[in-house]
Design a protein around this ligand. Structure first.
Ligand SMILES: C[S@@+](CC[C@H](N)C(=O)[O-])C[C@H]1O[C@@H](n2cnc3c(N)ncnc32)[C@H](O)[C@@H]1O
Length: 252
């Protein structure tokens, strides 16, 4: 009785951005677990059972997947984007660390996916062309002063910043607080991109700058890219601008 757990990234939205490796792993699984909206993107095949779970219950969902795998089942845990980026892969590994010793012997594979910041970056040019970092703006899993410290360090370090989980009904003020902090550290002309639902039918891209960035245009389907002081916006006639961060910085 050999079970297998694959933790699969479905990419940002469109089917064409699901990798062949992810499709093959999905086809092999008997049980498909994950947050409902991600599972809704799949059509279960014959003999496959979908088990939707509450998005807030990561630890329980991970334990359920490991339990089924330990019973010899083939289980797929699906996530949006990449499973290792602010998603379920870490929750599963944490359960393996803390759970029954038998879970350490299980066959567990993580199948990568296109993460949101790469999908947004590709839509607008090459804003991540030089050094960058990714932060979750959510203070559900870490205290807000930690978020502020990391934003400050990223801006002072000259990194382009990709912000995930930027603003929700339950967290309405954090995005504006982040812009207010960053305005004290970076020029107001730094390009800012709001990439909303990229790759999906309701996709929306906003090109703005740090001085004018309006937090109320941001929601939980948005990945926010904030340029470094090197990032530039190239205007084009009749087309959306291209945003890029040059590959090199001259020695000073
Ligand atoms: C819990 S995180 C999961 C990230 C995911 N694992 C990934 O690699 O993209 C959810 C956040 O990802 C971002 N996101 C996910 N899909 C997106 C898309 N299609 N367009 C823009 N942002 C997206 C948003 O910032 C959202 O709040």
């Amino acid at each position: 009785m050999t079970g297998r757990l694959t933790i699969i990234g479905l990419g940002p939205g469109p089917d064409r951005q699901i990798t062949p490796e992810a499709k093959a792993a999905l086809a092999e699984a008997k049980w498909l677990l994950g947050y409902g909206p991600y599972l809704n993107r799949l059509t279960p095949g014959p003999g496959q059972t979908i088990l939707p779970t509450d998005n807030r219950e990561e630890a329980a969902r991970a334990a359920q997947a490991l339990d089924l795998t330990a019973q010899g089942e083939t289980v797929a845990m699906v996530t949006g984007g990449d499973p290792g980026v602010f998603a379920m892969a870490a929750a599963v590994v944490e359960q393996v660390e803390q759970g029954p010793p038998a879970w350490r012997a299980l066959d567990i594979q993580v199948i990568p996916g296109i993460t949101a910041m790469l999908a947004v970056a590709a839509r607008v040019g090459a804003p991540l062309g030089h050094d960058f970092c990714a932060l979750s703006l959510s203070d559900n899993l870490k205290p807000w002063p930690v978020v502020e410290r990391r934003l400050r360090a990223a801006a002072e370090g000259g990194f382009v910043i990709a912000l995930y989980n930027p603003r929700s009904k339950a967290r309405p003020w954090q995005m504006e607080a982040a812009f207010t902090l960053l305005r004290t550290l970076l020029p107001g002309t730094v390009p800012v991109i709001f990439g909303r639902a990229v790759g999906r039918p309701d996709e929306n891209l906003v090109f703005t700058d740090l001085a004018r960035a309006d937090a109320t245009q941001v929601d939980m389907s948005t990945c926010v890219l904030i340029g470094s002081d090197q990032t530039k916006l190239v205007e084009r006639p009749g087309r959306e601008p291209l945003v890029y961060t040059p590959r090199s910085i001259a020695a000073s």
